[in-house]
Design a protein around this ligand. Structure first.
Ligand SMILES: NC(=O)c1ccc[n+]([C@@H]2O[C@H](COP(=O)([O-])OP(=O)(O)OC[C@H]3O[C@@H](n4cnc5c(N)ncnc54)[C@H](O)[C@@H]3O)[C@@H](O)[C@H]2O)c1
Length: 368
């Protein structure tokens, strides 16, 4: 069964279609968008080896020719060098204003290719076919595209909505467990930020979902996409409510920077650890019930995920240095630290002016 979640953004509206086997139907799904029967697909080496020929066959079955660019896998690809390579390849491939570019991969490919599509010829349409859980539940919806620079993550980019998103749940079968659980960090985030009943559901169904149950995976992707679509419809460019999606991210971005964006800490792992810290901070500020941080931590532990700073391999900088790294976050306004905190599970809000000393003590305690 295919679930369809509309993202209603006026002239930039599109559909997210979720189900098993969508890659094999990609030609038929994409054909209505095309002005001529060809697409340019950008993917990474890992996804190409596993799934690119199936996509080529599916497109060919509808008479659509495919040219493909295969980039190295990993976060380092999301930078200036591969952006330039991607844009120049698209120009060499003679992609025109009315053509469609397909991003076929995880969040790295989706963010990079979406940005390339945003700036190519002042904007061409693109289709997201996300292949990781993280990309299916989060990064492929909502139009945030961009790259990392030496100064930090996602500091250069554009809002550019896709024209269609196809979440093929079957593609997740080949995802290594660690990457799956990293994506699950974002899934948990949705329950924590705005849907307590969904968090209850995850506590029951999370383990089977991680073990491969496709029906549970589809239900979780659908719920997350529904929530994200709703938030993005109300606040496309993050003037307000959309900031709630950054639950855990102020901590996460500092930890990612401290670990050099390496595989010591995957993005979704950082989000999960960050959500735990955000709940701990909320509790220390007297905002959320005493038992909530423990419940968050217990679920992460039950899932076999990283739940605290001590689970991150290797040395981390001290609390004061981590705090300084947080000061470089995009969400800092006039030098004041903003955090997404919670009044309880499913009740996140943006807090201005969190006392830095309290955050530093929290981090010091998290090391012990
Ligand atoms: N734009 C947004 O709104 C948004 C939101 C959240 C995260 N992000 C970004 O997403 C990125 C992380 O995305 P990610 O976790 O998908 O990382 P990723 O794209 O690096 O993918 C993780 C790994 O899985 C491999 N892989 C992908 N699909 C596979 C499959 N089906 N089978 C086997 N292996 C597969 C990839 O090659 C890669 O090695 C970060 O850069 C983060 O900043 C963006």
């Amino acid at each position: 069964m295919i679930d369809v979640v509309p993202v209603a953004l006026g002239a930039r509206s599109y559909e997210v279609r979720i189900g098993c086997g969508l890659t094999d139907r990609a030609g038929a799904e994409i054909a209505p968008l095309l002005s001529r029967p060809r697409v340019a697909v950008v993917t990474d080496e890992t996804v190409a080896a596993l799934h690119l020929e199936r996509l080529r066959d599916a497109l060919l079955a509808q008479g659509i020719a495919m040219q493909a660019l295969v980039l190295p896998a990993g976060e380092a690809t999301k930078g200036w060098a591969q952006l330039a390579a991607c844009v120049e390849w698209l120009l060499d491939a003679k992609v025109e204003r009315r053509d469609v570019v397909v991003a076929f991969g995880g969040g790295v490919i989706g963010d990079l290719v979406g940005f390339a599509a945003a700036i190519l010829r002042r904007g061409v349409r693109f289709v997201q076919i996300p292949t990781t859980l993280l990309a299916q539940v989060d990064s492929s919806v909502g139009g945030k595209t961009g790259i990392n620079t030496g100064q930090g993550k996602n500091l250069v980019g554009a809002f550019h909505q896709p024209s269609l998103m196809l979440a093929d749940i079957a593609l997740l079968d080949t995802l290594p467990r660690r990457d799956l659980l990293s994506g699950y960090g974002e899934v948990v985030k949705y329950g924590l930020l705005g849907d307590a009943a969904f968090f209850d559901w995850l506590e029951i169904n999370g383990p089977a979902l991680a073990d491969g149950d496709r029906s549970l995976r589809q239900q979780a992707v659908r719920r997350c996409v529904q929530m994200k679509a709703g938030i993005v419809e109300r606040d496309e460019t993050e003037e307000g409510e959309r900031a709630l999606l950054n639950l855990g991210h102020t901590f996460c971005h500092a930890l990612e920077k401290a670990t050099g964006y390496s595989d010591r800490l995957l993005h979704g792992e950082g989000v999960a650890v960050g959500c735990g810290l955000a709940f701990e901070l909320s509790q220390r500020l007297g905002l959320c019930p005493q038992e909530d941080p423990g419940r968050v931590r217990a679920h992460l532990l039950a899932m076999g995920m990283k739940s605290g700073l001590r689970d991150i391999a290797g040395d981390l900088p001290d609390a004061a240095t981590l705090l300084a790294l947080m000061g470089q976050d995009k969400k800092v306004i006039d030098g004041r630290l903003r955090f997404v905190l919670a009044r309880g599970i499913g009740q996140a809000f943006v807090a201005e002016d969190v006392p830095p000393a309290l955050v530093q003590t929290l981090l010091e305690d998290a090391f012990t």
